[in-house]
Design a protein around this ligand. Structure first.
Ligand code: ZN
Length: 152
């Protein structure tokens, strides 16, 4: 079973902030807009994924790294960044989209064909169902797995 998300083009663009906790752990946060960041920060909902600190602030933009060493091989740092990226994306989807579970293929189709009002949804689909949706032009994307759960 695949966890999938329906991408709705009309939906507001997502902004990604580089964040850092008071201990200096850097990570990315995904927000609908800057007001959503402010609201979550004010409510103490921003939590460092490394140490669970709630003292989280926007980090200054990291300087662009030029010239990569060891082409092809992912460094532990790159893997960590990728993991943080996927965790951030999953969290964003879970907070901003409705979980329709196994009804995902049905709901995604209804939204695509305008039978029901457009809204961000995510849920489950079999690989076969996901393929059919994509062939019909329904804009679905796989949702990153919960790496934290997988690691436990
Ligand atoms: Zn931290």
């Amino acid at each position: 079973m695949l966890r999938a998300v329906l991408r709705i083009r009309r939906d507001a663009p997502v902004i990604v902030y580089s964040l850092a906790c008071s201990k200096g752990h850097g990570f990315e946060g995904w927000f609908r807009d800057s007001a959503a960041f402010d609201a979550q920060a004010a409510d103490g909902k921003l939590v460092c994924p490394v140490c669970n600190s709630r003292k989280v602030e926007k980090a200054p933009m990291a300087p662009a790294v030029s010239g990569t060493k060891a082409k092809g091989a992912s460094s532990p740092d790159e893997l960590r960044k990728m993991r943080q990226f996927m965790t951030g994306l999953r969290k964003y989807v879970e907070e901003n989209a409705e979980n329709v579970g196994r009804k995902f293929p049905e709901e995604a189709r209804k939204i695509h064909y305008g039978e029901i009002e457009e809204r961000p949804i995510y849920g489950e689909a079999s690989l076969e169902e996901a393929k059919e949706l994509i062939e019909e032009g329904v804009d679905v994307a796989p949702l990153p797995p919960d790496l934290d759960d997988a690691a436990n």
